[in-house]
Design a protein around this ligand. Structure first.
Ligand code: GLN
Length: 196
């Protein structure tokens, strides 16, 4: 069975666990560094990217997360997790993990629209997907090798580059597991390639 980890330092962890299970995979909440080795793919949840980064440093996760990526294992960042994955953040000199070739802007949907839902057209899905946005970032620029999966009002809100997947919204807060399934399929593929 595929094992999917959810970085459990802060943020919307439990909802991801439910969604992973609903897709028929095993979910592991990662709180200790050793636990990272057990999983085939990792989710960086939504929450607060600056707080999550502090905890990543405090618990010594930084080097291990980069190693996880080097092994070719898929990583999926939702909302704050997308900010952690991005190679560039508007207004910041340094990224956090700097893995996904996009430039993101934090809290970029304006104050009166801090939180909202929108019907999204996602590449590869024939029915709209409800995106829950909570003080969400958006992708200002998608670099080379990045496939844009969804735009909302002209703004990129989901993208994939090889083993990395990121979205501005919270797919785990709906009972629609199609976006999680997309990630699980990526993990399945990556694992198969390793075995062959
Ligand atoms: N605004 C948060 C940040 O910048 C992200 C919000 C979220 O994950 N829901 O980190």
């Amino acid at each position: 069975m595929l094992k999917i980890g959810v970085l459990g330092l802060q943020g919307a962890v439990r909802e991801h666990v439910e969604s992973i299970k609903a897709c028929g995979a095993e979910a592991v909440v990662i709180k200790k560094k050793e636990e990272l080795e057990q999983v085939d793919g990792l989710i960086l949840p939504g929450g607060e990217s600056t707080t999550m980064r502090k905890l990543i440093d405090q618990y010594g996760f930084m080097a291990l997360l980069k190693k996880f990526a080097k092994q070719g294992k898929p990583m999926f960042g939702t909302c704050a997790g997308l900010i952690l994955l991005a190679k560039e953040i508007v207004g910041y000199k340094e990224p956090h993990l700097g893995l996904l070739n996009v430039k993101v802007e934090r809290n970029s949907f304006g104050r009166q629209r801090d939180s909202f839902e929108a019907a999204l057209n996602i590449k590869g899905m024939d029915q709209p997907f409800t995106g829950v946005f909570i003080r969400a970032p958006h992708i200002v620029e998608a670099g080379e090798g990045v496939e844009v999966l969804c735009e909302h009002n002209g703004r990129i809100v989901a993208a994939r580059e090889g083993q990395f997947l990121g979205c501005s919204f919270h797919p785990e807060l709906t009972d629609d597991h199609r976006f999680m399934q997309l990630f699980i399929d990526m993990v399945k593929e990556a694992k198969k390639e390793k075995i062959v």
